[in-house]
Ligand binder design. Sequence first.
Ligand code: SF4
Length: 237
Amino acid sequence: MIKITKSSIKEQLVETKNELEEMLTYPNDKLAGIIKEVGFECDLCGRCCTNEFNDHVFLLDKDTALLKKINPTVLKPAPYYEFCDQNGRFYVSGYALETKPDGSCIFLANGRCEIYDTRPNICRLYPYMLHYEADGDGNFGWRQISGLNEHGNYHADIDEDECSMIAADIKEYEAGNLNQKIEFLNAVEEYFKKNGLRHVRGIYDREMRRFKKGSEIEVLVFFGGKFEGVKMIRNFG
Ligand code: SF4
């Protein structure tokens, strides 16, 4: 069983590799069966495109590459930076989509997605997922549908071939997500070693407090196998 904890880079690498291995062994037909049984149907409420429902839209590198061409100002470092070195610089595994002051996605206009045909991978698959995570009581298990019974319609008759295709796409997405994290952890480990850096929890907390009060911080965002420096100032809007 996978146990997710905040630990050293090496331990996180082992945990993430285990998670990937276990996710890949999850049977496709079981996942397809759950999709069929749930029969989720989007009712275009648009709530999943707001932070009322989803904390942030994490982007895989291929989504980021596309969005950089469309409009790079829609990108921001994904929240919950993983590490902070002794010089106060943060490190995070990828970008997320910018939001408007009301918490809705930068691309949500009049309840519709402005980039629907080129929307990020996660938006195409949502609410389907394959995460191994704890419930409210701390019991770990697989979660396959996000926000079950909190949005959309259910018991729609989804074609079996389509269910199988969705199941395969979810596993491909989750593998991409975990592989991006593994590459990030390897890159941080190497970067720290090369530059005599280390993660310091106390500095992380101190810099985060400064950031929350309005000070500028620098975040190194992992993209395309490298780190991109982004200056961040908290938006109080
Ligand atoms: S990109 Fe489109 S589908 Fe994705 S969260 Fe934004 S508005 Fe919604």
